[in-house]
Write a protein that binds this ligand. Structure first.
Ligand SMILES: [Zn+2]
Length: 438
């Protein structure tokens, strides 16, 4: 029985052939896609479908996958500006220590996830304190989340010992390891905040539990110099030496890598989360994305947190990823439209170890889908839907979003909750947040 049939849309599948179906249709049974084809092919299903949606004037595309985020930092949006990463982080951490607890982390996550879902993001990799609160927030809003135990040697917000952090990380796998909407991970913050033994302990948990190992990597030149001074190796070599790099590793940033480090990432099958907005705003530099792609490294896209953004806009990340490397290298052909779009969708699914479930519109996959409105001046004329998505479309064009077939955004509005209350609660916190860094 067909539960949902969306027809007469331009279906951008993000499958391995990059198929686009003009006047296409997608059928859903339960939470999964049961058929993809032309509207004519799937017409017989319409008669008995529980719900038929007319996609005329829309692109139907896979849900967007954001592979690097700290959504709850939405609470601190715009609080600290115009500093490079290191002094900027010190101030941010001061505010986090004063404000964050399970309740406020949850509140910030709900706000950030609402922003993401409204822009078409259906899966997000989110590194933050209190990972179970992160999952609760994602479920409240209606998206999938990859998160897990944080490792951080300074006290940070939660001030746990290493044994407690290991226990928390393991508990997370017990609770969420088999959930359909959670991609369980272990999240040591970085090589400059987590010592070698604790990085190994974090990796051991992810390895034992079959999860993702995600950390910040080589974001700035100063970080590289710091790690070389401490351990005699650059960040990637250090992580490799500790045995932390494999096909379940997701590294955020990777801005400052030499040729051999790129070769190491390619050989280990590690994934890179490219965050162009954050790298530009914090003056971190230009990641060598074209060389990564040349080597077959899986490059995905992230927003990073909304304090280095200052929003959570994957459409901006997409457009920057497709353009800045052209400008930086002087070669207009260096990243194709198709490569950029894959970074937004299927490559993210590969990084989450979930390419068999999400990342493209194909039979058998979860029905995570976005309808992009084309009845806009900036969408006319449209010679190529892929070019439109990469270079013209923006987050306000996202009209409907489906998660496993459930409509979680209708006409630009969340269906699971009234986000107005959350915004009021966050605004009530503003005086306290402002005072935290005074
Ligand atoms: Zn980050």
């Amino acid at each position: 029985m067909t539960d949902l049939l969306i027809r007469n849309a331009i279906v951008v599948t993000s499958d391995s052939a990059g198929s686009v179906i003009h006047d296409g249709a997608v059928a859903v049974e339960g939470t999964r896609i049961s058929a993809v084809g032309t509207a004519a092919d799937l017409a017989p299903l319409a008669e008995r479908a529980r719900r038929v949606v007319d996609g005329t004037g829309h692109i139907l595309m896979p849900g967007i996958i954001n592979t690097h985020c700290h959504a709850a930092d939405s609470l601190f949006r715009g609080l600290v500006e115009d500093l490079p990463l290191e002094p900027w982080l010190q101030t941010v951490w001061k505010a986090e220590a004063a404000i964050l607890n399970p309740r406020t982390s949850h509140l910030g996550s709900v706000l950030g996830f609402a922003e993401l879902l409204l822009s078409g993001v259906t899966s997000v990799m989110d590194m933050f304190w209190y990972p179970s609160e992160t999952v609760r927030a994602a479920r409240k809003v209606g998206l999938r989340v990859s998160t897990g135990g944080i490792f951080f040697d300074p006290a940070g917000v939660t001030a746990l010992s290493i044994d407690e952090r290991v226990a928390e990380a393991e508990r997370f796998f017990e609770e969420f390891g088999s959930a359909d909407d959670v991609f369980a991970a272990v999240m040591p913050h970085g090589t400059y905040t987590v010592g070698p033994e604790n990085l190994k302990a974090a990796h051991a948990v992810s390895h034992k539990c079959g999860g993702i190992f995600c950390t910040h990597c080589a974001e700035t030149k100063a970080e590289q110099a710091d790690i070389v001074a401490r351990y005699g190796r650059t960040v990637v070599r250090h992580l490799d030496h500790l045995g932390c790099l494999d096909a379940r590793t997701v590294l955020a940033h990777c801005v400052h890598l030499d040729d051999e480090e790129l070769d190491i990432l390619a050989a280990r099958g590690a994934h890179v989360a490219h965050n162009p907005m954050s790298n530009l705003k914090l003056a971190s530099g230009f990641a060598r994305v074209p060389e990564m792609l040349e080597r077959g490294i899986n490059v995905t896209l992230g927003t990073d947190g909304p304090i280095s953004g200052n929003d959570l806009d994957m459409w901006m990340a997409l457009r920057l990823a497709a353009t800045i490397h052209k400008g930086h290298t002087g070669r207009a052909e260096i990243i194709s439209t198709r490569q950029a779009l894959d970074m937004l969708t299927i490559n993210g699914a590969k990084a989450l170890g979930a390419a068999d479930r999400i990342g493209s519109l194909e039979k058998g996959k979860l029905a995570d889908m976005v309808m992009v409105d084309l009845r806009r001046p900036h969408a006319v004329p449209m010679f190529d839907p892929l070019t439109h998505l990469v270079y013209s479309a923006n987050k306000s064009d996202v009209r409907h979003v489906f998660l496993g077939g459930e409509q979680v955004v209708r006409d630009g509005t969340l269906t699971r909750l009234d986000i107005g209350e959350t915004m009021d609660e966050v605004n009530a916190l503003v005086p306290k947040i402002r005072a935290s860094i005074a």
